[in-house]
Write a protein that binds this ligand. Structure first.
Ligand SMILES: Cc1cc2nc3c(=O)[nH]c(=O)nc-3n(C[C@H](O)[C@H](O)[C@H](O)COP(=O)(O)OP(=O)(O)OC[C@H]3O[C@@H](n4cnc5c(N)ncnc54)[C@H](O)[C@@H]3O)c2cc1C
Length: 458
């Protein structure tokens, strides 16, 4: 009997026949994540239903030196959950459900395989907001959100996933269960171990449960579109709005080429402003409308804002957001190569200029667009591969962009993680000593290297 067969027999004995699938019984959605990168049918798919079963599975695999790839909703954009055919995939999809909403503590306790949308709905039903929100909400699991430290739409107000996690239960590679569950805001009992697992992309442990912070429901929001003369104005306007117009919920910057594209793809392609401007910002706040009107007037007087539209209804606000949501059309209308980077806020304008210049020098006439959640220091840039010589020189473009990120002290991954796809570029943002310290942490928690090998560190 092969070593793998022996391990699978042990896993079947511990988890039950129906929790250990092989071959054609494994649904193809477990072959790759949203990127479709290097799909492979794993040697087996494990479907545990309890923390104890996760612990048993990992203990057996660790003893056998069998690699294990934790899988959530498979919506990741960095290849982190993609298995090789020699790996065992461990899906958390049967560890699902809300355990408790504690209204006094304003927390929700959940199993790792619960979808983000289920948690949002449960919070809403209890009169709270669970503020993490991203386009994949219906499929991504909270375990995956925590393992990738997902960002999303409301970071400027509520922070990244890390800021919403109060406690975790984690199973280590050898099957030890760490109970780091906690409902308290203040809790300084030595090292805060849960932080190691947030953003660790399944390489340090398997998250099985979490306790998350809930927020009060926000009041009515106001949406404002401003046209700006330059990037410096975008930064000073952000600070002015934060000072005087209530808490921002969104601050989305769009460079002119992105904005034009977004307008041209509208069902009724009419620009909300009568002429073109270098930059546009879409701002949303939960503060009083009068305060926003006064602040806008002052910004217009100071020349920070050249023109503006203050949405007078939810319908008008939706119409403005449609321009920013043009990104949803990218895969249909171009062959996009997307970048998700971050830089110190003051430097994002220079970075965009530098990148555009270098891309133009190397591939004259190429088409790239720039936009981002700049209040979170996050810039997205998309290069249309159809505007490049074929086959598109993907690696060369990535090297060009990430080199510029490194030169300006930025991060090659703002929110999607490193996984497989950014591993070769990690050195632009994390120096050799820090990468070595990461490896030491990995060796400490997973000495046999069975958890998600090849991800983040290679
Ligand atoms: C339409 C769309 C919009 C998106 N928008 C955003 C966005 O705005 N912001 C953003 O940050 N991301 C976004 N993403 C990316 C993706 O949704 C997030 O990275 C999400 O957090 C991944 O969750 P998942 O459950 O699908 O994880 P998977 O893709 O299944 O896994 C991701 C990583 O986490 C690990 N993992 C999964 N579950 C566990 C667990 N329980 N324990 C340990 N490790 C685990 C995996 O091994 C892998 O390394 C978007 C994706 C799509 C498709």
């Amino acid at each position: 009997m092969s070593d793998l067969q022996h391990t699978l027999n042990q896993l079947r004995a511990a988890l039950g026949e129906t929790a250990v699938l092989t071959g054609a019984a494994i649904n193809q959605r477990h072959y790759s994540d949203w990127t479709g990168h290097a799909p492979a049918c794993p040697a087996a798919l494990l479907l545990p239903t309890s923390t104890q079963q996760v612990a048993d599975a990992l203990r057996i695999c660790n003893a056998a030196g069998q690699s294990v790839v934790p899988q959530g909703g498979m919506t990741g954009l960095a290849g982190g959950a993609v298995p090789r055919k020699t790996d065992v995939a461990l899906s958390l999809e049967r560890l699902r459900g809300i355990e408790e909403i504690d209204s006094a503590a304003a927390t929700v306790s959940v199993w790792a395989g619960t979808t983000l949308q289920e948690i949002q709905q449960a919070a809403l039903d209890a009169g709270f907001l669970f503020p993490l929100d991203l386009g994949a909400r219906g499929s991504c699991q909270i375990g995956g959100n925590i393992a990738t430290n997902a960002g999303g739409n409301a970071v400027i107000r509520y922070g990244m996933t890390r800021d919403l996690v109060l406690g975790l239960e984690v199973v280590l590679a050898d099957g030890r269960v760490l109970n780091l569950l906690n409902k308290m805001i203040k809790n300084n009992c030595g090292y805060d171990l849960k932080q190691c697992f947030i953003g660790s992309e399944g390489t340090l442990g398997v998250i099985t449960r979490a306790i998350l912070k809930l927020a009060p429901l926000p009041g009515e929001t106001t949406t404002l579109l401003c046209a700006l003369p330059d990037y410096a104005s975008a930064v000073s306007l952000l600070r002015r709005l934060q000072r005087s117009a209530g808490t921002p919920q969104a601050y989305e910057l769009m460079w002119q080429d992105f904005f034009r594209l977004g307008v041209s793809w509208l069902e009724n392609p009419t620009a909300p402003l009568s002429q073109d401007y270098p930059l546009y910002v879409l701002f949303e706040s939960a503060g009083p409308r009068e305060l926003l009107e006064q602040t806008l007037e002052a910004a217009l007087e100071a020349g920070e804002v050249l023109d503006a539209v203050l949405a007078s209804s939810q319908t008008q606000a939706r119409a403005l957001w449609k321009i920013r949501e043009a990104t949803g059309e990218f895969p249909l209308r171009m062959t996009p190569l997307n970048f998700d980077v971050s830089l110190p806020i003051g430097q994002i304008g220079d970075f965009a200029e530098l990148c555009r210049k270098r891309l133009e020098q190397r591939w004259p006439g190429n088409h790239s667009v720039y936009f981002g959640h700049i209040g979170d220091s996050n810039l997205h840039l998309t290069v249309d591969c159809n505007s490049l010589p074929q086959p598109a020189p993907i690696l060369e473009i990535e090297e060009l962009v990430y080199t510029a990120v490194g030169e300006m002290g930025g991060s090659v991954s703002a929110e999607h993680g490193i996984g497989l796809l950014k591993r070769e570029f990690l050195h632009h943002s994390v120096n050799a000593q820090a990468r070595q310290a990461m490896q030491q942490l990995k060796d400490c928690y997973d000495p046999r290297g069975i958890l998600n090998p090849g991800k983040i560190l290679g």
